[in-house]
Design a protein around this ligand. Structure first.
Ligand code: UD1
Ligand code: MG
Length: 450
């Protein structure tokens, strides 16, 4: 069955106290909107419509970056039913099921969505519910066996209805055309003066259609309204990712100090030491060692490589098998070849380093001329002396060397030794003379102060 997602993201999220629309706040480096969409990946939706309102342009930009082109604008937030109705025109030519998700509810699992689509075989409208530990202000399900009679919002509920703990998550699945038909009959004569999406349940039943429900764990329905809830959601997310990594054969000595992004991939038998942070788009192959206090983003680390301690891998860092990147080394947009070593205090940016080459302490690829970036190419089996400045664009041939402290501004042929520094001169006795003179000046100053 073709599926369309309608993701509600028009709300202001005032309690976030933010200029950023709520759905653009991040968990594990990805926006809440991205999380909401990822859960639905397994349904392989043909269409995704994001309903935006507050700061719609920012929401649109994020949606586009996630590959969603359909944005429906809800200029005024008149309720969840009104929000969904805004997607009608965009989906006019769509035939199939529509599933309504909330953009601020990041933990819905793919299994739960599959349960909803499966239940659609028995019911025209399927709503996702949960048993709430504290039902608080959620909408309540009024049920008759497996059938859902109606949903009553907390504000409109009687005391007896408020005692029910089977609550509405907000997610609804129905045939798209049917859903928009039902929405046309929704009124706003309720305690909030809003067009409630859940009202479609009772309207469907009154038209001889059937409404049913499935349930999920309350944790999946967790919504984000405040920064504290966002921080709590991040904690839950990190715990889940850590447990997953351990389960997949990753060793962590202090998993509670390792922070993952939503798309971090770590291979089996990799060891991650304490206090490691993964930004977005990191893949680590099997058997790598990521040592303490390293920060990685947008990079790929191959089998048996060793990173850190205190290493920083930035976007475009590609570390080949058995390579080593040591302490206080920053790598950006650069390939470090097989078994190459960049062990201390070094910046490698916009560069290619060949296999088995060794970059001495304090090497810098001077990649930026103030306006443009340039590339440094280092061949295989090269030895770069400590504190070499490689002024890009520049090429170092295979088995070449540079002398320590060199400033290399032109290409070095294979097997050559490049020396690019002032020749050393020794002035005999001059240091001793200087010491004596300076000491005398210091004594004189001291005497003057007394
Ligand atoms: C809604 C449900 C309630 C359910 C609860 C679960 C309704 C009327 N009530 O209540 O039964 O228990 O969610 O969390 O649906 N939004 C828009 N445009 C609007 C209004 C809302 O895009 O005009 C978006 C919000 O940004 C949010 C989502 O819809 O992502 C839910 O809206 P919210 O105001 O949080 O609904 P609740 O009152 O929590
Ligand atoms: Mg809410």
């Amino acid at each position: 069955m073709p599926t369309a997602l309608i993701i509600l993201a028009a709300g202001k999220g005032s309690r976030m106290n933010s200029d950023l629309p709520k759905v653009l706040h991040k968990i594990g480096g990805s926006s809440l909107l991205a999380h909401a969409m990822r859960a639905a990946d397994t349904l392989m939706p043909q269409r995704v419509v994001v309903v935006a309102g507050h700061e719609a342009e920012q929401v649109r930009a994020e949606a586009l970056s996630l590959g969603v082109a359909d944005i429906a604008l809800q200029e005024e937030q008149l309720g969840t039913g009104h929000a969904v109705a805004q997607a009608k025109d965009v989906l006019a030519d769509f035939e199939g099921d529509a599933i309504v998700l909330f953009g601020d509810t990041p933990f819905i699992s793919p299994e739960t969505l599959e349960k909803m689509t499966a239940a659609r075989k028995e019911h025209d409208v399927v709503v996702l519910g949960f048993h709430a530990a504290d039902p608080a202000r959620y909408g309540r399900f009024i049920t008759d066996g497996s059938r859902l009679d109606r949903i009553v919002e907390y504000k409109d509920a009687t005391e007896a209805e408020r005692a029910i703990n089977l609550c509405n998550s907000g997610l609804i699945a129905a045939d798209s055309e049917t859903l928009f038909d039902l929405l046309e009959a929704v009124k706003n004569d309720n305690a909030s003066g809003e067009y409630y999406l859940p009202d479609v349940v009772e309207i469907a039943n009154s038209r001889g259609l059937s409404s049913g429900y499935v349930t999920c764990d309350e944790a999946e329905t967790l919504g984000i309204n405040t920064r504290a809830e966002l921080a709590n959601a991040e904690r839950i997310f990190q715990d889940t990712k850590r447990a997953e990594a351990l389960e997949n054969g990753v060793t962590m000595y202090a998993p509670e100090t390792v922070f993952f992004a939503s798309d971090t991939f770590v291979g089996r038998d990799t060891v991650i030491e304490q206090n490691v942070v993964f930004g977005p788009e990191v893949t680590i192959e099997s058997g790598a060692l990521i040592r303490a206090f390293s920060h990685l983003e947008g990079c790929h680390v191959s089998r048996d490589a060793i990173i850190g301690p205190y290493a920083r891998l930035r976007p475009g860092a590609e570390i080949a098998e058995e390579a080593r990147v040591g302490n206080f080394v920053e790598i950006k947009n650069a390939i470090i070849g097989e078994a190459a070593k960049v062990n201390h205090l070094t910046y490698v940016g916009d560069a290619t380093v060949g296999a088995r080459s060794n970059l001495g302490a304090g090497t810098v690829t001077c990649n930026y001329d103030g306006v443009m970036k340039h590339h440094t190419t280092i061949g295989n089996d090269v030895f770069i002396g400590s504190s070499t400045m490689l002024v890009a664009p520049v090429k170092i041939g295979n088995r070449a060397m540079t002398a320590s402290g060199s400033v290399i501004t032109s290409d070095v042929p294979a097997e050559a030794l490049a020396i690019g520094r002032a020749r050393q001169e020794n002035k005999l006795g001059l240091a001793e003379k200087l010491f004596t003179r300076l000491q005398a000046i210091k004594e004189k100053k001291k005497a003057g102060k007394q």
